[in-house]
Design a protein around this ligand. Structure first.
Ligand SMILES: *[C@@H]1O[C@H](CO)[C@@H](O)[C@H](O)[C@H]1NC(C)=O
Ligand SMILES: *[C@@H]1O[C@H](CO)[C@@H](O)[C@H](O)[C@H]1NC(C)=O
Length: 197
């Protein structure tokens, strides 16, 4: 008996919606390649930040903030960083030393977090173990301790192609494999359930 032909459309759309959840999260990858655990940044030097993100996740720009595990407060690093960039340098001035710093990649307007770096250290001055600045990347300057009254150190101009894309533009592309497998499994389970009924 061909029960599957009689699956109500409401159930089908529910299933489809459920399948889109992993699809969205698979597309929206955002990885901070630098700094990582063990990275040591120096005051008085430009320290590289490097990331890799999904191209069609609908995030055309984002903000970067610096924070510490042991203390409250944020340092606004850069606002409206265009997704076309993958590296910036952060020049530090009089930033308190510590081994519990993190970078946050987010939209600070509505607080949506895209990624965080691993925990890294900040020391007083550059030495052999602190990284060299990335060449050809814009440099932003951050001064002093976290201060909520301080504005973003740098605001990038809106990118030329900064047209917000609908979240479901991800559907245009090929279905990512993991999502496809999940959906196939879901359909299989559902098919099995219907066969039993
Ligand atoms: C954050 O989201 C708001 C509303 O969706 C948007 O207008 C703004 O451009 C976003 N900020 C950045 C830095 O992309
Ligand atoms: C660099 O400076 C840090 C902090 O002052 C120190 O712990 C580290 O041993 C220094 N490394 C070198 C290679 O001098």
């Amino acid at each position: 008996m061909h029960c599957r032909a009689h699956i109500p459309t409401s159930l089908l759309s529910l299933l489809l919606a459920w399948c889109l959840i992993p699809l969205a999260s698979v597309r929206a990858y955002f990885i901070v390649n630098s700094p990582v655990s063990g990275t040591v940044w120096a005051n008085g030097a430009a320290n590289p930040v490097q990331w890799t993100k999904g191209l069609e996740d609908g995030v055309d720009s984002f903000d970067i903030e610096l924070t510490r595990l042991s203390q409250q407060g944020l340092t606004f690093v850069a606002q409206g960083v265009p997704s076309t960039l993958s590296t910036i340098n952060v020049f530090l001035q009089d930033v308190p030393t510590g081994n519990d710093y993190y970078l946050l990649f987010l939209n600070s307007t509505h607080g949506l977090m895209y990624a965080t770096s691993q925990k890294f250290s900040i020391v007083a001055s550059a030495n052999a173990s602190t990284p060299a600045a990335a060449t050809g990347a814009p440099t932003v300057t951050v001064s002093g301790a976290p201060n909520p009254l301080q504005a973003f150190a740098t605001t990038f101009p809106p990118s030329a192609n900064g047209v917000a894309s609908p979240a479901w533009r991800a559907l245009d592309g090929a279905l990512p494999q993991a999502a496809a497998v999940l959906c196939t499994m879901a359909l299989g389970v559902l098919g099995g359930a219907w066969a039993v009924l």
